[in-house]
Write a protein that binds this ligand. Structure first.
Ligand code: C2E
Ligand code: CA
Ligand code: CA
Length: 766
């Protein structure tokens, strides 16, 4: 440190030098009677002046912070006052020589101002205390220490001066009293300062200047007037010397902090106060003795209060410590966002359970989370995860431990079977969770779907195997389509390819043109006439044959490849429909309906893509119907704007899988749909007239309600998944005129569809 090398020794050397010189002089004075006694009075003003200059130099040249600078400015002034006061005293000494001088009032006033300034500077040094409890305790500690030490010094130092005959002027006694106060105050305060802006050792040195006064007082009481000369020449200049030393300490201070505050001082003070107490008790009491007794009583009372405060403070600290330990424990074992248990705690509990018993886990993966996160932002994504966690917590209840493994992956560790109780079946929890997700969650009213894999490991089996089984089951659940659970069983196929691998393969397949579109007729139920087609993509895999979209659409959505794939489907469907219109005339088809994913709607180019597809294939906009799911259109203002723009172009929209969400009604009002497609789940079993079957009743009720609602809003309806004539008949009774399903026609390649349309034209012509 450069400041360290520059910190000057000279002020220390000069002050100590002056002290030594005057000590030598005093020895000569006593032995050979050298010089006038008045010479002794020069030591103090000389050294005090040097100390003042030292402090001035420090303030000018050393890098100090604001508080330290203030403190040392006060010290310049304090030593300055002392210099002036003792200079006046020295002048009086030479004037009155050879008689020793009594202190002139202006001299005493200046010196007093010096002590007061130093005291004030000490008082203003901050303690660096944090809590109010600690402040209280310190205040008590310091009062105890101050009173205790002060009483001792008072009894042995000041009281004899005050009570002895009048050789001592009131000024001198006051000055000595003040330096006592400074000394004791400084010592008790410095003991409690934990470092900070002002160097601790420097403060100690300044504080101990007061001890010089104590030494002076002792010397004077024991030696009387003869003690004055050695005091002036040898002892008092030590105070400025200590000041100069303090300046140097501050100069080389490293600003070190956080030393432990003093804890033994108050106890020492209590012990100390007993000494004068014991000393005064046997004799007859003077008023100063009574003061000592009063001080002792006060100290004892303060100690009692202090113990109480310390006790309360300790109790509080203990509470805080326990709370922070618990918090820490919770933090390392729980997920910060959702508050669920984290992977670490999950593995720990799972391992513990597997060590002694069977363990069942549910692995839960959200199907559309990535889309939400990408399109609506992390904030909405986070809220969704929190809402999902809430659902897991509620549905799991006491039956297991819900966990967030990371990202959108969750798990439930099913509770170990109670002593003689039956194990909680994982399936029940899985079904409850899936049921809870049939309605929208989070304040954004989002629909989420979860795929759940369930696996059970035998006692003692490795944790990682169980985890892998659950993974395989979860993948199988995903393959079966959204919102499913699957339990792992031996021999269950390892996934052919993981999501990532499938993504890579899809990319290649798009480039290689392995995708084709199948068309499924949408039929007038009463006449069997084809009124439109739904376009369904197929992957003509070189080795696996025709792959269902249920297997690869989720991966395509997850990787974003759905955007180019969807663009291809849209373009190809428009091209094919335009070709049929040209070949068979405008009456052959009212609509072609490709499916559109949420992810596509978020593509900023989507509207432009649709416009271009129509323009380039020549398909009239009113022949195109986009099939969208509720969860896709419920994706915020950007999607809404795109849909309204398309509506304005004349493109129609159909709400797919209608009735599976809960927000359908409000959705129909805000979204420019023209068609609703009644979900297959309400068609399944609608023909069964089992009296009292709540399920059949409910399905019919939904089918009827959807039809009435659509009618009231002026929307067309299509019933999906019709697999027999009874269903078709029942749906017609309920008011449905259009339908789709294997019973009417299966999805077929374009060439088959062309033949079907041709035969229909021929029949019409006949
Ligand atoms: P979706 O839009 O609900 O399509 C109807 C699905 O039900 C089709 O399955 C169809 O083959 C099937 N289906 C039709 N009639 C019946 C029936 O009577 N019984 C039964 N059991 N099923 C019937 P597919 O073609 O496997 O498509 C599955 C899902 O994949 C579609 O459900 C759709 O959500 C999605 N998808 C298909 N093609 C595309 C596409 O080009 N883009 C996007 N984004 N998604 C597509
Ligand atoms: Ca569809
Ligand atoms: Ca559908």
């Amino acid at each position: 440190m450069t400041t360290e090398t520059r910190a000057p020794w000279r002020y220390v050397l000069v002050t100590l030098g002056v002290t030594v010189v005057f000590t030598v002089w005093y020895l000569l004075y006593v032995t050979v009677g050298a010089g006038p006694a008045a010479l002794a009075y020069l030591a103090m003003p000389l050294t005090a002046a040097v100390a003042s200059v030292a402090a001035l130099d420090l303030v000018r040249r050393a890098p100090l912070n604001r508080l330290a600078r203030r403190f040392w400015r006060f010290m310049i002034v304090a030593f300055g006052f002392l210099t002036a006061g003792y200079t006046l005293l020295a002048v009086a000494a030479f004037q009155q020589s050879p008689v020793l001088p009594s202190m002139p009032v202006p001299a005493a006033a200046l010196a007093g101002a010096g002590f007061l300034t130093a005291m004030w500077a000490m008082i203003r040094v901050p303690l660096g205390v944090s809590s109010s409890g600690e402040r209280w305790r310190q205040w008590l500690d310091r009062s105890i220490a101050f009173l205790g030490c002060g009483t001792v010094l008072f009894h042995f130092g000041l009281a004899p001066l005050i009570t002895s005959a009048g050789a001592w002027t009131a000024q001198a006694i006051t000055l000595i009293g003040m330096s006592f106060a400074l000394a004791v105050g400084a010592v008790t305060k410095v003991a409690y300062i934990r470092g900070g802006p002002i160097d601790r050792s420097a403060l100690r040195l300044i504080g101990s200047t007061g001890l010089v006064a104590a030494a002076t007082a002792v010397l004077m009481t024991t030696a009387g007037e003869p003690g004055t000369i050695p005091a002036q020449a040898m002892i008092m200049p030590l105070a400025p010397a200590l000041g100069a030393l303090a300046v140097r300490r501050q100069w080389i201070s490293t600003g070190e902090r956080s030393r432990r505050a003093n804890t033994w001082l108050p106890y020492l003070a209590v012990a100390a106060v007993d000494v004068p107490l014991i000393a005064v008790i046997p004799g007859s009491l003077t008023w100063t003795d009574r003061l000592v007794i009063v001080a002792s009583v006060i100290v004892t009372a303060l100690v009692t209060v202090r113990q109480f405060v310390a006790f309360r403070e300790n109790a509080r600290l203990l509470r805080e410590k326990r709370a922070s330990e618990e918090r820490l424990q919770h933090e390392v074992s729980h997920d910060g966002l959702t508050g669920l248990a984290n992977r670490a705690l999950y593995r720990e509990r799972l391992a513990a359970q597997l060590a002694s018993a069977d363990a069942t886990v549910l692995l839960i993966d959200l199907d559309d989370f990535k889309t939400v996160n990408d399109s609506l932002g992390h904030d909405v994504g986070d809220r969704l995860l929190i809402a999902v966690a809430e659902v897991l917590r509620a549905e799991t209840g006491a039956d297991g431990l819900p966990v967030r493994l990371g990202g959108d992956e969750f798990a439930v560790l099913v509770a170990a079977p109670a002593a003689e109780g039956r194990p909680v079946p994982g399936e029940a929890i899985a079904q409850r969770i899936l049921d809870a997700f049939t309605g929208p969650v989070s304040e954004h009213q989002l629909l989420v779907h979860a795929s759940i894999g369930i696996a059970t490991g035998a006692a003692g089996s490795p944790l990682d195997r169980l985890q892998r089984d659950a993974d395989v089951a979860m993948y199988a659940a995903k393959q079966r389509g959204k919102a499913n659970w699957v339990r792992y069983h031996d021999g269950m196929q390892q996934p052919v390819s993981t999501h990532a691998q499938l993504g890579g393969e899809l990319r290649r397949a798009i480039d290689a043109g392995e995708f084709a579109i199948f068309y499924q007729p949408i039929v007038a139920l009463a006449t069997g006439r084809v009124v439109g087609v739904e376009a369904l993509v197929r992957w003509l895999h070189p080795t696996r044959g025709v792959v269902s979209p249920a297997e690869f659409i989720p991966a395509a959505e997850g990787t974003g490849l759905i955007v180019p794939l969807g663009r291809f489907v849209l373009r190809e469907a428009c091209r094919q429909a335009a070709a049929w219109l040209t070949e068979f005339g405008p009456e052959v088809l009212q609509k072609v309906a490709p499916n559109v994913s949420a992810r596509q709607l978020h593509d900023p180019d989507f509207v432009q893509d649709v416009r271009a597809a129509l323009a380039e294939t020549g398909l009239p906009a009113d022949r195109l119907v986009l099939e969208l799911t509720e969860s896709a259109v419920l994706r915020g203002p950007m999607v809404s704007r795109a849909l309204h723009e398309l509506h304005a172009c004349g493109v129609r929209m159909a709400l797919d899988d209608f009735g599976t969400g809960e927000s359908s009604l409000s959705l129909l009002r805000s979204f420019p749909a023209s068609i609703v497609k009644l979900d297959k789940s309400f068609v399944d079993g609608i023909e069964l007239d089992e009296p009292g079957s709540a399920a059949a009743d409910a399905r019919q009720a939904v089918a009827r309600a959807v039809q009435q609602l659509a009618g009231a809003l002026g929307l067309a309806t299509v019933a999906e998944g019709i697999e027999n004539q009874e269903q078709a008949d029942r749906l017609m009774l309920l008011g449905y005129s259009l339908g789709q399903g294997y019973h009417l026609a299966r999805p077929m390649p374009a060439a088959d569809m062309t033949r079907l349309l041709a035969s229909q034209r021929d029949r019409a012509a006949a």
